[in-house]
Design a protein around this ligand. Structure first.
Ligand code: ZN
Length: 369
């Protein structure tokens, strides 16, 4: 009898300690989103993609979709681990228009039906006949027209308004942000705070400025998208960590990639991987760069959750990186990078991890602030 009482006391004490431990865990919450810029293969002018990339040097362009053979493998990889994905589907006002929506409508709606989120990914390309190339426009009127028409095509093609967006090449302007807001989009994740780029690949795209943006989610100001204000749309930035090395490397890579042919860039890629260097300041999962920056960002946001009680970790990737541009076969390295990254987050101790989607994390943020 005494033995039974003592066992009951021990059991109750353990139960109390377990529930206290669970309460502790609940104190530290990390919400995690993987967003995915879903489009064709990388353009053929991107280093390494000359033979397998889409050709944007002709009108109409010649689009390559070889990565989509492995789309199901990718979505299963996440599903097996209980991680929803925010697929941001490419629409533009040329060279692609609504072609992705019509070609893959069933696949896209199928992903939505199993709990993934379907948002929009808009590239602001225009055809420059003098150059015979599709290039990123910096004309604000053009930008508004492209964004407006892209959202209309998305609605017509899929039958619903997208809630979430990431702009192609991380681009943004006050005009684009106001258009997204007025069309009812709830959350944008184009920001990579602290970074800017004057253009890559002979300055034909990758023109953006997020140098002044906050690393915290914010409602942008209508006349300054980088500053907090009163717009309804929420800017949910890609997670970053401070690193001088990243900035220096990004500068170097950007300069090299602006050189025609970019052979210099190609030749240093194996070197930067070997020395565990990643020039990206943001949480970008790619088989081309080491996971060192992503791991550092995960640790930084874990500490932030422990300090503030909650943190929002946002990463992105390109599904076309599942193609090896040299062989055209599957590049298993992307799957490995994704699995390692998810495991790194799942293994965080004392943190309650919630894998979710962009529009859901936006509403969680609104409720918690
Ligand atoms: Zn893109």
């Amino acid at each position: 009898m005494i033995g039974l009482l003592s066992w009951q006391r021990t059991w109750r004490a353990r139960a109390r300690s377990n529930s206290a431990h669970k309460e502790d865990r609940k104190l530290y919450k990390l919400h995690v989103v993987f967003a995915c810029d879903t489009e064709d293969n990388h353009p053929s002018y991107v280093p390494g993609w000359r033979s397998r990339g889409s050709n944007y040097d002709s009108n109409p362009s010649r689009l390559e979709w070889s990565w989509t053979r492995y789309w199901h493998d990718l979505s299963e990889l996440f599903r097996r681990r209980g991680v929803p994905i925010t697929w941001l589907i490419r629409v533009d006002n040329g060279p692609m228009w609504d072609c992705m929506l019509s070609l893959f409508r069933d696949e896209i709606l199928g992903l939505k039906s199993v709990g993934d989120e379907i948002g929009i990914h808009i590239h602001t390309y225009v055809w420059r006949s003098k150059l015979s190339k599709w290039v990123q426009t910096i004309d604000r009127k053009n930008e508004v027209e492209i964004v407006t028409r892209s959202i209309e095509m998305f609605e017509r093609g899929l039958g619903f308004v997208p809630c979430s967006v990431r702009m192609g090449w991380n681009t943004m302007s006050n005009e684009i942000m106001r258009t997204l807001d007025s069309r009812g989009l709830l959350v944008d994740a184009s920001a990579i705070p602290g970074t800017y780029c004057l253009g890559k690949f002979g300055n034909r795209d990758n023109i953006y400025d997020w140098s002044k943006a906050s690393r915290e989610p914010y409602h942008p100001r209508s006349n300054d998208y980088q500053r907090p204000g009163n717009m309804k749309i929420l800017e949910m930035p890609i997670s970053t960590c401070d690193t001088d090395r990243s900035t220096i490397m990004t500068g170097l890579i950007n300069r090299l990639s602006a050189v025609k042919g970019s052979s210099a860039l190609l030749s240093i890629l194996p070197l930067v991987r070997r020395f565990d260097v990643n020039p990206n300041a943001g949480f970008y999962i790619s088989p081309w760069w080491s996971l060192s920056v992503s791991k550092r960002i995960i640790r930084t946001y874990c500490k932030k959750a422990c300090k503030d009680g909650v943190a929002y970790l946002i990463g992105f990737f390109h599904p076309c990186d599942i193609i090896d541009p040299k062989t055209g076969k599957k590049n298993a390295l992307l799957e490995k990078c994704i699995s390692t990254t998810i495991k790194e987050i799942q293994d965080l101790s004392n943190i309650d991890v919630n894998f979710t989607t962009l529009s859901k994390i936006a509403s969680i943020f609104e409720e918690e602030v």
